[in-house]
Design a binder for this molecule. Structure first.
Ligand SMILES: Nc1ncnc2c1ncn2[C@@H]1O[C@H](COP(=O)(O)OP(=O)(O)OP(=O)(O)O)[C@@H](O)[C@H]1O
Ligand SMILES: [Mg+2]
Length: 240
């Protein structure tokens, strides 16, 4: 069996004259939690957009579990097993909590008992105890994030890509989110973009650093955080 869950090779993406990603290579082993850091505008979200099929790369190959998913439409990539969350939470405010989770169930147009049970189970996995019939727009930020997670987990992804999952959360919520992400490792591969170093050092087995769309380093969190340029970038901007 292939040891690699994700193998992205030579990924490039430009927006007009701006090279958002230049020949980026990222691989993720099965069972490994991979972190990605980098200054604002360094191409992190673009990387997730390209891997998850939201954007097509200009060049490069992407294998998920050995299957080629590069340049496939987003719904095909989702069915292949990649789920992602957004830097700014994307849920349907006017739908209920239950309807939001059901909306993430790929290929299920019905709302049978089986789907509702799966939705309840996904909500239990993220610890969201809100009333199923509550309007999602009424939830606070942490609950909105957890709801977004549940709506992805119901599709049983092989790889869950999280784009800054603790942005805007308070310290207590950040601790809870770290515990939640840790618990999700048992069910799928996790890729996480974060600016909060505590999240990276608590969770990531390996960290990729992007700077100006290029990979600067790819190593253990301890080694990456001792890297001279990384120190300059993070201490220099106060981002850490
Ligand atoms: N759809 C788009 N059209 C044009 N330019 C874009 C688009 N998406 C991203 N960019 C540009 O590409 C560069 C990389 O953006 P990206 O959002 O990937 O950065 P990021 O590392 O996620 O930053 P942040 O930490 O602020 O979230 C930026 O200069 C951004 O303005
Ligand atoms: Mg981003």
């Amino acid at each position: 069996m292939n040891d690699l869950l994700l193998e992205a090779t030579d990924i490039s993406k430009a927006f007009g004259g701006l090279k958002a990603l230049s020949n980026v290579n990222v691989s993720q082993r099965r069972g490994e939690l991979l972190g990605m850091i980098g200054p604002n505008g360094s191409g992190k979200s673009t990387f997730v957009n390209v891997i998850s099929g939201t954007l097509k790369p200009d060049s490069g190959e992407i294998l998920l579990d050995g299957a080629n998913i590069a340049r496939r439409p987003q719904h095909v990539v989702a069915r292949a097993g990649i789920a992602r969350t957004f830097q700014a939470v994307k849920i349907f405010d006017n739908l209920t909590v239950l309807e939001n989770v059901l909306a993430g169930a790929l290929g299920h147009s019905s709302m049978g008992t089986k789907e509702v049970d799966e939705a309840r189970e996904a909500l239990a996995r993220v610890g969201l105890t809100a009333d199923l019939e509550q309007r999602a727009g009424a939830l606070g930020l942490y609950d909105r994030r957890r709801l977004e997670f549940a709506s992805r987990l119901i599709s049983r992804p092989k790889l869950l890509m999280l784009d800054e999952p603790v942005g805007g959360l308070n310290p207590e919520e950040i601790r809870a989110m770290i515990g939640l992400i840790q618990s999700l490792r048992e069910e799928c591969g996790i890729f996480i973009i974060e600016h909060t170093m505590k999240v990276i050092t608590s969770l990531a087995d390996r960290v990729v650093v992007l700077v100006n769309g290029k990979k600067l380093v790819d190593d253990s969190p301890q080694t990456v955080l001792r890297h001279r340029e990384v120190i300059d970038i993070y201490l220099g901007t106060g981002d850490a």
